[in-house]
Write a protein that binds this ligand. Sequence first.
Ligand code: UDX
Ligand code: ADP
Length: 501
Amino acid sequence: MVKICCIGAGYVGGPTMAVIAFKCPSIEVAVVDISVPRITAWNSDKLPIYEPGLDEVVKKCRGKNLFFCNELEKHVAVADIVFVSVNTPTKSSGLGAGKAADLTYWESAARMIADVSKSSKIVVEKSTVPVKTAEAIEKILTHNSKGIEFQVLSNPEFLAEGTAITDLVNPDRVLIGGREETPGGLKAIQTLKDVYAHWVPQERIICTNLWSAELSKLAANAFLAQRISSVNSISALCEATGANVYQVSSAVGKDSRIGSKFLDASVGFGGSCFQKDILNLVYICECNGLPEVANYWKQVIKINDYQKSRFVSRLVSSMFNTVSGKKIGILGFSFKKDTGDTRETPATDVCRGLLSDKAQLIIYDPQVPEAQMIKDLSTPKFDWDQPGSTIHIAEDVVKQSVKVVHDAYEATKDAHAIWLGDLVVMGTKRAFEEDLQEFIKHPKHLDYGNKAASVAETKLPLETVQLVGIAGENGISVPDMVVKELEVNAPLPLVTGMDTS
Ligand code: UDX
Ligand code: ADP
């Protein structure tokens, strides 16, 4: 029986290994982590991450061929394939601060593998890493190997949170990079290919050299984020000219060379990957003497920051230039729907902006614990462009100005404004428009999916709301009819995240 061990039971390692175990009953999969609470949660009924479909997959395999535990060394020692899926945050100090990936966790995992291994192993980079990390890892492994052969592969993960299970079960492609030039490298590539071949069609498994695989992941995320910044930049121009960004993006996306996906204007992209990976790309370009290329990609993040602050300014200016003492209901705090993950969520920037203007925030997000929201809002925000400079709202100010509620009705009661964050993101804009109309007419009849189910059960007191600010990831348009309905009930104008026409 092939034995797989995955170091790191996070958003990537956990779901990926669960699907491998589910699809390959003949393979034994152990997921190990240094965090005791994380592993305890993986072994409980309340998994540490929320992901649609994950519970079912874990329940089917856990205790059979899928195991979660803290005994790292024991499982690494006997594994044939070791996936490394530890966190690789952006460095906040030292060389490359603000841009380069912090490989501390990776390095410690690699040293441990070298230390405990008694048989040859394939070591797979699963977490996104800078190009040429494999070379460094190979060095650590061989210098400490005591004669054991290690083959390093890069197998970047393309899953998106909220759809991780479907992305894993039906991937567009699986990418495996290895030392194609050596027989040992080719054999290792084939071994990993055989694992995925249990359920992924051969033609979707792409094999490349190590560096191409590493760079492809960074490039794919940079391209996706670049599309969002492109459409968000156009949204600013739409507001200035009277064009409608949804009409523009829909017309642009109809060109089959461009395609319609990832063209939804939003308050800005969030999540643990896009910003981190682009900064990483920028750093690699700078280190390779390519400042023009570095500046090109930096601009994608600058537009993202601009979009978030633009939204806050629009909201504040539409409320007579101050939100001081005004109550703003925030529905949805995580970075997108169907996840409780708050890493780089635009909500922290929007809330910080409103808090700086002394607003009172009432936040509702059924997937995010209160302590996490308070921590996110009171943690100093590190400025990637000017390392050393931070924006900080003291914890006591956050605690005084933020109320976290477990009921959407409460978040909107007597609000001067409501910000619909990730909560109202629908599959399509059309569906959202129709739903929003329904929502206003018959609040009880809405199926807002998993997270917003409780919103559907409540009657939002729209007649008491003076202003509704709407911005949602994946873009939200507000049809004329809805605007009119709101105008009747709301003495102040409607502010959308992006386009108001
Ligand atoms: C992303 C990549 O999609 C995935 O392939 C990679 O492995 C990890 O990074 P993720 O960050 O989980 O996945 O979510 P994604 O769906 O890509 O959304 C990222 C952010 O962009 C969210 O804040 C989302 O709301 C926003 N977004 C997405 C837009 O603003 N507009 C869009 O059109 C699409
Ligand atoms: P990702 O989104 O990339 O999966 P997460 O932060 O969700 O990132 O998960 C990374 C996991 O890796 C965390 O649970 C962390 O405890 C774990 N981890 C970090 N370093 C090590 C290590 N040296 N050994 C084992 N686990 C580690």
